[in-house]
Ligand binder design. Structure first.
Ligand SMILES: [Zn+2]
Length: 999
């Protein structure tokens, strides 16, 4: 199916009038003549068309049905009229959203394919030919001209991406005007019941036969997720889907009342939780196809075959998501299946090499493809970032891949807390309709109306953010709070100046001023969250920033939300503010002298979503607030679990969804729990910190504290985990008047002594790869020796040993050989522990030899040291310094890299030297020879500028890109000076540690 946007000009075929007068001096000069029947969406938009024409001209436009015309009449012919047909416009030949706007004599035809072609034709007419604009709820442009003429129009167009959905709230009619397809109710949705995603629970909710549910490795069947090869499950899903289709079609359904065209896509897809089925049938397909998408596609094909017999026009949708992301090796999807490929984010856009590859692979095995991108960062707090630099290329890629459905997951906690919220939504919609619009012009068009005089400054601000965010690993975005290094004091100072100037410029334009101040919300939220990290010299007044933040948020909530939603937003905002002000009380005595990470309630949720549902205000809690069980727990069916919601034993522990699995738990019998209903400290156990680790503190596991918020991104220290827990309520303490809760107010992680070797755990992925954890500090693995990897089967028996080539430490993922795969590998481990190895002296070169490199012990870990031994003198006797320390395999060997790949480099630096230059040398093959070429690493610094050193460790993030012919690379740390520009002297040094180079 081709979904190319087309703009056809028929001007040579049809008589086109030069001018049509719609209104003159505030009087309508024509009527709107409608088709005999209009779809509900076309009817709704007819009212909009009339209203806008009236607002533009002051004239009242009458409508009349074509059949009621006494004689032929000039006018605006709307919908599938006989007039349009007699002039060759056959709506049946137009796409579902394709429209035609055409002048015919002194009349105008607006018609389109149904259900939404006419509707979008009318909106397009108002926008393109009459100058109306719908930028945002409070920024709508309707130009006034009491005489309105139009020239000869001949416009036929079909949106490039047929189904365009941005997950945005709450005003659907508004977003329709930007051609967003997030359309429910009277406008008709493309997705039928029971919804667009995670529907397997809806389908299986009433099943009683446990065999139909997924088999877990522990032998249990878990409700919610389906055994995909169970014939009864397949049959039940197909039958239920047919029922949904029929209800939707009958007009009796909630979503598709009479007059509203029913959905075309019916979804059956996995839930969010990971629970693949391990029954022999599912496992066999999984093994054959090398991915869990195998059983899933097989299942969906079977459902689609049944549904297709009755409703061949419907599409059956499922996901390529999480454990089904990798496409199957052999299977292809049936023609009436649509795959929603869920990938692409701000740090890793759809256009990245790995996402392109994924898209290509799926493209080759499915006829209908949808894309689900994550354009909202799941972070503990909002901060200034943007995808405005990449979204056009991503949408063009989708258009070129003939993507049928584009969904962007913008599910923010609330609107305008995200940076550039309105312009991003608006531009996305414009580009999904026509990906070839000039995106700079789009931004300017928007900004000129939205920010008034401050438009150039907001453009500057946007460009500043884009320039900053490129430098950080994962775009600066990811689970690591500390590694948002773009958000340093320089950033806040410079951004504050731009925003302040913009506020000043718009002080006499309240609407533009309000729009500028909306950008303050993510700015202030980030500033307040990073207050402590930014140090002592912050040039802002915290209480003033909090007051501004509160006021700006309130203004959004007051104008956007109904009272109930508004109260909830305000409550969440006040909790965030409480979080900004929370200071940890002194640590208990037993932690004196220990190296600890101290977490209070405001660090417990790295996504920042659960303040309202999971917090418990408690004056006895450290920080005044504790984490509690969410109210959803009360709805748990205790009988089903064969134990009461609250009661003994009290169990808690921690879990790693990655390689560590369950890391043990604590179980307290009744006599072990103090009955004073106060906080007590418990040691939960020892674990290696990881982004996948959480502490759970109720047997149901609904209460979780994720530890990823405290990761710095490089170290994964081994820690002893302590939790401060209050157990209260009548189920625990006889006669208690309190509500039943297990509360946690503080988690204290005690780092193990330095230099403890933490083994790195490679992981076996379902698609037959070994993934090396991306926290490997690539710089200091012993590059010279290949590593050995032992592969074991489920019985623990060794079934193979592999040499891992050096480059694997960089590429992080290797495929197991076919022979090993056939032996059902179940686990992998490195032979011997692999850890940061600072024992080898670094490769150092200096012009004329006046430098030395060594490994030195620092307070936290060993570091590399580059030391200036002496000046060297040039021929004229002038002093110079030029010393390089190389991160490479050995003095003469660069490390292997992949071509056309972006590498991220992280390291920490300090020293007595004033500045260092960090750059990469790429070893490129040119005409059969290897040529070393210098590459300027992109970082927060202006191109080519040195890093300024201090006596404190500071992080450096940067990226470099390899070329098509790059074979290997090295990174150099350079101290340099000449007589005119000399900052160092002999004896000065730089220390480098925590090095990581990853693609
Ligand atoms: Zn199964």
């Amino acid at each position: 199916m081709k979904f190319l946007s087309i703009l056809l000009l028929f001007s040579c075929l049809f008589p086109v009038s030069a001018e049509m007068v719609l209104a003159e001096n505030g009087k309508a000069k024509c009527r709107i003549i409608t088709a005999e029947t209009l779809t509900r969406p076309s009817t709704e938009t007819l009212a909009e068309l009339k209203e806008h024409l009236t607002r533009m001209t002051g004239a009242v436009f009458e409508t009349v049905r074509e059949s009621e015309l006494p004689s032929s009449e000039d006018g605006i012919y709307y919908g599938d009229t006989a007039f349009a047909r007699s002039h060759g416009i056959d709506v049946k030949k137009l796409g579902r959203e394709e429209w035609v706007i055409r002048s015919v004599g002194n009349s105008l035809v607006i018609a389109g394919g149904e259900p939404r072609g006419t509707m979008y034709g009318a909106l397009h007419f108002l926008e393109k030919y009459l100058g109306c604009r719908w930028f945002d709820y409070d920024c709508i442009v309707v130009p006034f001209r009491n005489t309105l003429r139009i020239g000869g129009i001949n416009d036929q167009f079909r949106p490039a991406i047929p189904i365009r959905i941005e997950h945005i709230s709450p005003d659907i009619p508004f977003w329709l005007k930007t051609r967003n397809m997030e359309t429910v109710g009277k406008y008709g949705d493309n997705f039928g019941n029971p919804g667009r995603c995670h529907t397997s629970g809806e389908y299986s909710g009433n099943w009683t036969d446990m065999e139909m549910f997924a088999l877990q490795p522990n032998g249990n069947r878990s409700r919610g997720q389906i055994c995909l090869t169970n014939p009864k499950a397949r049959k039940a899903v197909a039958e239920q889907m047919i029922r949904y289709i029929e209800v939707d079609r009958s007009g009796k359904g909630r979503w598709f009342p009479p007059g509203v065209p029913p959905g075309i896509i019916y979804d059956i897809s996995q839930n969010d939780a990971r629970s693949e089925c391990y029954c022999p049938g599912c496992k066999a397909i999984f093994e054959r196809e090398g991915s869990y998408s195998g059983p899933n596609v097989d299942f969906v094909n079977a459902v689609a075959a049944e549904v297709g017999k009755v409703h061949p026009e419907k599409l059956v949708s499922t996901y390529a998501y999480s454990y089904t992301l990798i496409p199957p090796k052999n299977l292809k999807c049936a023609d009436n299946v649509i795959i929603q490929l869920c990938t692409g984010s701000v740090p890793n856009p759809l256009t990245s090499p790995e996402n392109r590859k994924l898209l290509e692979k799926w493209r080759s095995i499915v006829k209908h493809l949808g894309i689900w991108v994550y354009w909202k960062e799941y972070q503990p707090y909002e901060y200034p970032y943007t995808q405005l630099n990449s979204l056009q290329k991503e949408i063009q890629l989708c258009r070129d891949a003939e993507v049928m459905c584009f969904f962007s997951d913008d599910t923010g906690p609330d609107v305008y807390r995200q940076p550039f919220y309105a312009v991003t939504r608006w531009m996305t919609q414009k580009l999904l309709v026509n990906p070839d619009l000039d995106s700079d012009k789009l931004f300017d068009d928007f900004a000129g109306h939205y920010y008034g005089k401050a438009a150039p400054l907001l453009k500057k601000y946007k460009d500043f953010i884009i320039q900053r965010q490129i430098i950080v690993p994962g775009g600066g975005i990811g689970p690591y709070r500390e590694s948002l290094s773009m958000l340093n004091l320089d950033f806040f100072t410079a951004a504050d100046k731009i925003l302040r100037d913009a506020e000043e410029l718009t002080k006499n334009d309240p609407r533009a001023n309000l729009h500028v101040r909306r950008e303050r919300i993510p700015f202030d939220e980030a500033l307040l969250n990073r207050w402590k990290i930014l140090g002592q010299n912050i040039p802002f007044d915290r209480e003033a920033v909090i007051a501004r933040y509160r006021q700006n948020c309130r203004e959004v909530y007051d104008s956007m939300f109904n009272p109930k939603n508004k109260d909830s937003r305000i409550k969440q905002m006040e909790m965030r503010i409480k979080g900004f002000r929370t200071n940890p009380p002194p640590l208990p005595k037993i932690f004196e002298g220990a190296d600890v990470i101290d977490m209070l309630w405001n660090a417990f949720d790295p996504w920042g979503f659960r303040y309202e549902t999971d917090t418990f205000e408690d004056p006895e809690a450290a920080g005044g607030v504790a984490w509690r069980q969410p109210d959803t727990l009360k709805r748990l069916d205790a009988k089903k679990y064969n134990r009461p919601i609250h009661g003994y034993p009290v169990v808690f522990g921690f879990y790693d969804t990655g390689s560590q699995g369950n890391r043990g738990n604590v179980s307290l019998a009744e006599n072990e729990v103090p009955k004073d209903e106060k906080y007590h400290l418990y040691k939960v156990g020892t674990m290696q910190l990881s982004p996948n680790a959480y502490l759970w503190f109720h047997w149901s596991s609904v209460s979780q504290i994720w530890l990823r918020g405290v990761l710095t991104g490089i170290y994964l220290p081994k820690v002893d985990v302590y939790a401060s827990i209050k157990i209260m309520g009548p189920s625990y303490v006889n006669g208690s008047g309190k509500e039943d809760y297990i509360l946690v107010d503080r988690v204290i992680l005690v780092k193990h002594p330095e230099n403890e070797k933490v083994p790195l755990r490679p992981e076996l992925t379902p698609d037959g790869f070994v993934r090396i954890p991306n926290q490997i500090p690539a710089g200091f693995i012993d590059w010279n020796k290949p590593r050995k990897l032992n592969v074991r089967n489920a019985d623990g028996k060794m079934i193979g040993t592999l040499d891992i080539p050096l480059s694997t430490m960089v590429i992080q993922k290797i495929e197991l050989p076919e022979a090993v795969r056939k032996l059902s590998p179940a686990s992998v481990e490195f032979e011997g522990a692999l850890s940061q190895d600072y024992s080898r002296p670094p490769a150092v070169r200096a012009y004329n030899g006046h430098a030395e490199g060594s490994v030195v012990k620092t307070e936290e870990n060993n570091a590399l040291k580059l030391n200036v031994v002496d000046y060297y003198k040039d021929r004229t006797g002038k002093n110079h310094i030029d010393c390089n320390l190389y991160l490479c395999v050995s003095k003469d060997t660069a490390f292997p890299v992949s071509p056309d790949t972006t590498y991220r480099i992280f390291l920490a630096l300090k020293g007595s030297a004033k500045r260092v230059w960090i750059q990469a040398n790429l070893i490129n093959e040119k005409e059969g020879k290897l040529v070393k070429e210098r590459y300027l690493i992109q970082s927060a610094l202006p191109a080519g500028a040195p890093v300024k050193l201090t006596s404190d460790w500071q992080d450096f993030y940067g990226i470099f890109k390899t070329g098509r012919n790059t074979k290997s690379a090295e990174v150099s740390i350079n101290l340099w000076g000449d007589e005119k520009n000399m900052a160092e002297k002999p004896g000065d040094y730089v220390l480098i540690r925590d090095i990581s180079i990853t693609p």
